[in-house]
Structures are given as structure tokens and as C-alpha cells.
Design a protein around this ligand. Structure first.
Ligand code: 4NP
Length: 151
């Protein structure tokens, strides 16, 4: 079972902190962090509308602060999960030689949702749709991890 999971998006103020906040509530036995491929918002709390929408569903993101993804994260985490194909490309471009840490799309864990990425609500403004998808993927990831450790 993966012990340390890193969620990654572009800014680390909308999708990845929401993913971390939802997943840690569902699967508290796994350590989590989140990061952005860009540095724009380093040190900032999650974006207000995302924080409020998550809070309304019972997920508190207020302790989270943005940081930038770095190549050292390949050593620190057992699994790295990006929100869209750009995130995966930016993460893979920093993979150190020999690093075997898997990098997956979060939507891989929510196959029934018909989404091949988590759209960025900073631009779409669809915070509820984003959280619906994140909740489904977090549940799918939790199930996958618990099944694999039961074996
Ligand atoms: P996120 O959304 O990647 O889900 O955190 C974004 C937030 C801010 C910006 C881009 C994406 N930005 O360019 O400021």
C-alpha cells in the first residue's frame, strides 16, 4: 500500500489541495501532500472559493499552503498523482534518472465519471463539478489502496 501520496496541479491552490483535503479525510492512514508545477502561488492558502466549496462539504483545507513541485519529490513519495495531462508532462520532465515512482492521472481512479482530467476551476469556475470529480477519484483511490493491501 502506498504510504506517501503527492497530489499535483498547476497552481497548488485549487485542484491539488482539494484532492489532498478530500483524500486525507477518506483515507487517513496514508500520508499526503500537494504541490504545483508552477511557482505563482508558493506560500498561499487554497483559493477562497475552492476552500469555501470544500468546507461546505465538510473538508477543511485551511492548514494547506502552496509549494512548488520539485524533482526531489520522486524520492519522497510512493505515488504522484496529477490532475491533467499538462501536469503529467511537467512532472515527467523532472523525473530523475532511475526514479521508478509511478505518476498517474487522478481521473484514472474515477473511471465511471467520463472525465480524462480534472478541469481547472480557477478558469471554469465550476468548483462543485470539480469537487464531485475529486470526491469520486478520492473514493476510487482509497478503494484501490485498501484492496491492494488486503491481498
Ligand atoms: P490549480 O488552479 O492548478 O487547480 O491550483 C490554478 C490556480 C491559479 C493559476 C493557475 C491554475 N494561476 O495561473 O494563477
Amino acid at each position: 500500500m502506498a504510504q506517501n501520496i503527492l497530489f499535483v496541479c498547476l497552481g497548488n491552490i485549487c485542484r491539488s489541495p482539494a484532492a489532498e483535503g478530500v483524500f486525507r479525510a477518506l483515507c487517513p492512514e496514508v500520508a499526503t501532500d500537494s504541490a504545483g508545477t508552477a511557482s505563482y502561488h508558493v506560500g498561499s492558502p487554497p483559493y477562497g472559493p475552492m476552500k469555501a466549496a470544500a468546507k461546505a462539504r465538510g473538508f477543511d483545507l485551511s492548514d494547506l499552503r502552496a509549494r512548488q513541485f520539485s524533482r526531489q519529490d520522486f524520492d519522497r513519495f510512493d505515488l504522484i498523482i496529477g490532475m491533467d495531462g499538462d501536469n503529467l508532462g511537467d512532472i515527467e520532465a523532472q523525473r530523475p534518472k532511475g526514479a521508478t515512482t509511478p505518476v498517474k492521472l487522478f481521473t484514472d481512479y474515477a473511471p465511471g465519471q467520463g472525465a480524462d482530467h480534472v478541469p481547472d476551476p480557477y478558469y471554469t469556475r465550476d468548483f462543485e463539478g470539480c469537487l464531485d470529480l475529486i470526491e469520486a477519484a478520492a473514493a476510487g483511490l482509497t478503494k484501490a489502496l485498501r484492496n491492494s493491501s488486503a491481498g
